[in-house]
Design a protein. Structure first.
Length: 199
């Protein structure tokens, strides 16, 4: 009788990471369904700049959207880019998401106009994209650089257009989400560099 090999830890972590990305996207859809039933009441829990009550929106805003069209536009890149990040493992995708959401949310809270409410996962999407573009540079990894070039080619125009100030668009969330992605790439690179090499 032959003993079964234990499952590969990295493969298991990747599967968990992909499930996490899908679960986050599913939560966005669940929130929007509930919000549509409540007539848009949940959107009030987004980020309110320089209002202490609006700080809670940093956590809530990525799950809130201005209708299903807005949500659909964010879901596709969120899932695609998130799954690519998840190939680095569940902890990696969780860390990148947390860093990007925090930087995007805090930046929006600090500089966006008062008496506005900011919602949507696009700040996280921008952060995912810039993380994937920047990580290969920090890691000096040719495959990751190639992935970054593909991401830049596919989403580069959208990234640049999303940074242009426009009425009704939270360009602040996009800008700080993009900054958060670069910060995440730098932080996670330094973390990896401190680990002893396997022998």
């Amino acid at each position: 009788m032959e003993a079964a090999n234990p499952p590969n830890a990295l493969s298991e972590s990747r599967r968990t990471g992909i499930k996490l990305v899908i679960a986050l996207a599913a939560l966005m859809w669940l929130f929007e369904i509930v919000d549509s039933i409540l007539g848009g009441d949940l959107d009030a829990y987004g980020i309110e700049p320089r209002d202490t009550d609006g700080l809670a929106g940093i956590l809530a805003s990525p799950f809130l959207h201005a209708g299903f069209g807005h949500l659909f536009a964010n879901t596709i890149p969120f899932v695609i880019l998130g799954v690519v990040i998840a190939f680095g493992g569940a902890v990696r995708v969780l860390a990148v998401t947390a860093i990007v959401a925090l930087v995007s949310g805090l930046g929006t809270w600090l500089i966006a106009p008062e008496n506005t409410i900011h919602i949507g996962a696009s700040g996280v999407v921008f952060g995912y994209a810039t993380y994937l573009i920047a990580r290969g540079i920090f890691n000096r990894d040719l495959l990751e650089i190639a992935v970054g070039l593909v991401v830049g080619a596919v989403w580069g125009g959208t990234l640049l257009a999303g940074l242009e100030p426009q009425e009704g668009i939270s360009w602040q969330g996009h800008l700080f989400g993009a900054i958060g992605g670069v910060i995440a790439a730098a932080m996670l690179k330094r973390e990896a560099a401190n680990k002893p090499a396997a022998t």
